[in-house]
Design a protein around this ligand. Sequence first.
Ligand code: AKB
Length: 320
Amino acid sequence: MSKGDTSLILGSAGQIGTDLVSTLRELNGGSKVIAADVKEQTGFLSESGPFLKLDVLDATAVADAITKNNVKEVYLLAALLSATAEQKMKAAWRLNMDSLFILLDIAKEKKDLKIFWPSSIAVFGPSTPRVHTPQFCVKDPSTVYGISKLAGEHWGEYYFNKFGVDIRSIRYPGLISYKALPGGGTTDYAVDIYHQALDKGSYTCFLKEDTALPMMYMPDAIRATLELMDAPAHEVKIRSSYNLGGISFTPEEIAAEIKKHIPEFSINYAPDFRQDIADSWPKSIDDSRAQEDWGWKCKYDLSSTSIDMLKHLKEARHMV
Ligand code: AKB
């Protein structure tokens, strides 16, 4: 982002938004980063910089927020994730798709607006190669969330090709963070497990022990997002969405890692409807195009993620 430009983060109170707002405000100064969310916020989102109570489905309010504040970058993070979207099909489709159209149409008119829109490993499905899933391959999502993300990727690419809209996107794997809890995802267990390990010393996992999924520690995910947004436009050769790999592990493997720090920790398994979703997703991702096009490199592995997560969660609980 150029110095002096303002960014708007829609859906800022969620798992990614919380970390993104705090990083952007540290980098660019609080006043240049407008946090917006449908729910009123107290705490750092409204205290460390401007905050707007804003519904992403209100096209006029979104357009006004952009024009009045001379916003040059918008991060659209409001969405219903995979597990919730299965329970609220139409609401998920409406939120995930209509919010994107509102923003694409605004960007079509305003030629100097850059958009970030998150996609997901949920765009892949049962016929996709599951190990080291390539950037370009069969995509047959079997969830409402995955269908919305795949459609959104195509619409973003269409608006780039037809109208020159500068949209950039990443297919996030499951994200692990300590600042805010995820909500309604299939990969949420990989965050809950650290909290429960500290609070109860045990965890009941809603996925089977050998279910491998691609994951990433939030500092890597935020760095990837900002590197993609800062890349010169000609380097961003994929305008649907970039694969992003990170780490790949099973519930059994993360539990073994936690046991290194909390030896009495125990895990048991009670798979529910989220098992079917996880079984339709890749086990690991090939992100060589992100590496080639804009120099992406993941830093955190499962061991360093676990050390950092436990350190911060213990600090928040005054356990150290
Ligand atoms: C979910 O589990 O729904 C999300 C995702 C992988 O996009 N974390």
